[in-house]
Design a protein around this ligand. Structure first.
Ligand code: AMP
Ligand code: GLY
Length: 432
């Protein structure tokens, strides 16, 4: 029986908490800092995700057997390295890569170099600094529009700009490099060729040697219907992805997953945890847009519910290098999630609105994202993304119908959600 500490506080972590809590192997789950929903599956703590000392002491004092890290920030900041370097904590597996592996997400330049070195299909690119601004502009002139500019470092999902006009791309490049538009994160900028296709997210878990591919998902990033308006953390997700048929996924495994795992080994980058591969399907051929060193949010809200296997056992196998002995059982049904967000998100929004009718939900799973409880136990909004509503169905339409009906039931002042999740996949069928 295991005691597990889960780090993070969003819809992704609520889904992990829900799934871990179903395991017969689980003794006690702790979540830090968690939210109003995770409290139903374990004990929420008050430790900040970057308080490695506090987390380490808690782990030692409370007999924690394993730590699962949800978000990228503590990984990029080195939580796994901290455990590895500690005489007693080094025996506690942390699910999530050390700093070097987390660079796949923490530096776009690093991840592009990795892909080129290991022949992994990706868009052509160049990396520039303030000292090479002139070369950057020359590089832009040689590309066809639209132009893709990416801040090298973590920029909370905002560091990618797509410009239609060369003049605008030149201005943005200067603003990123010279005026540090995204702070230190844009002191280096990756300029990329634009890939024209349809996006999906593929998830892999690895123990550093063996790997398993998890169900693929598609997320909906823009705030507005028809994929318009500002980018958000994600407004909904669907799994499986109808255009990611067996033939396409075979290409993904051979051309991308295997060379990625082998590349990490070859480069002596130990990696134990999740790899999130953001892909563009360009006329049936997969290209990598980005790597993340964690699960996606809201993709987790549809991927984990489709995994029937015991998640504690799977995580233990990742921790002790025996992932080859695990058989992942996947639910063939569709899972969909619709995210309820606060009015104004991803810009300014208010918090503290009472969330009503959570007890009236019958057709969907409720995964809290930005929520908290007041002294009376009332659940309040506490973020831009508030609640993810996940449903199953034999068809995508059936699952979506449930999520949308539940989205009408759960209520709070200023509730907004996209009513067109899956719009671009309607009428397409999954070919096995
Ligand atoms: P990233 O943070 O790298 O995932 O980029 C954010 C979004 O920008 C992606 O989800 C894509 O929609 C888009 N994007 C990034 N790189 C490219 C590219 N080379 N071609 C087309 N779209 C891109
Ligand atoms: N849904 C995209 C992400 O988690 O980055």
């Amino acid at each position: 029986m295991k005691n597990i500490l889960l780090i993070g506080s969003g819809g992704r972590e609520s889904t992990f908490a829900w799934k871990l809590s179903q395991s017969e192997e689980l003794n006690q789950l702790y979540i830090t800092p968690g939210n109003a929903g995770t409290g139903a599956y374990g004990v929420n703590l008050n430790l900040a995700v970057d308080d490695f000392e506090g987390i380490g002491s808690f782990v030692l004092e409370n007999g924690i057997h394993m730590v699962i890290v949800g978000p990228e920030a503590p990984l990029v900041a080195g939580i796994s390295d901290y455990f590895e370097a500690h005489p007693r904590l080094k025996y506690i597996p942390v699910i999530g890569p050390a700093k070097q592996g987390a660079m796949l997400e923490g530096s776009k330049d690093f991840s592009k170099q990795f892909m080129i070195k290991h022949n992994i299909p990706t868009a052509a690119y160049g990396t520039f600094t303030s000292a090479s601004l002139a070369e950057g502009i020359e590089f832009l002139k040689r590309l066809k529009p639209p132009y893709v500019l990416k801040a090298d470092g973590l920029a909370a999902g905002k560091g990618v700009l797509i410009c239609d006009e060369l003049v605008q791309a030149r201005l943005e490049l200067s603003s990123m490099l010279i005026e540090e538009k995204f702070g230190e994160a844009s002191s280096k900028v990756v300029i990329e060729e634009f890939l024209n296709g349809i996006e999906l997210s593929v998830f892999v878990i690895t123990d550093g040697d063996n790997y398993k591919i998890l169900p693929a998902a598609k997320d909906y990033k823009r705030i507005g219907e028809g994929d318009t308006g500002l980018n958000t953390g994600g407004m909904g997700a669907i799994s499986p992805v109808v255009f990611a048929d067996d033939e396409f996924m075979q290409k993904v495994e051979e051309r991308i997953v295997k060379p990625t795992i082998n590349g990490l080994k070859q480069d002596k980058i130990p990696y134990r945890g999740f790899i999130f591969i953001g892909l563009m399907n360009v006329g049936g051929e997969p290209f990598v847009i980005e790597y993340n060193c964690r699960m996606g949010d809201p993709e987790t809200e549809v991927v984990l519910p489709r995994i029937k296997s015991d998640l504690v056992e799977v995580m233990e196998a990742v921790g002790n290098g025996s992932l080859d002995e695990v058989d992942l059982e996947i639910d063939p049904r569709f899972a969909t999630t619709v995210m309820l967000v606060s009015d104004g998100y991803p810009g300014k929004y208010e918090k503290g609105k009472a969330i009503k009718n959570l007890d009236k939900v019958t057709e969907s799973l409720v995964f809290h994202a930005g929520t908290k409880k007041d002294e009376s136990g009332q659940v309040l909004t506490n973020g831009g993304r508030v609640i993810a509503l996940t449903s199953f169905g034999d068809t995508m339409q059936e699952a979506l119908g449930k999520s949308f009906r539940t989205a009408e039931v759960v209520d709070f002042d200023g509730k907004y959600y996209r009513k067109d999740i899956g719009f671009d996949l309607q009428g397409k069928v999954l070919q096995k």
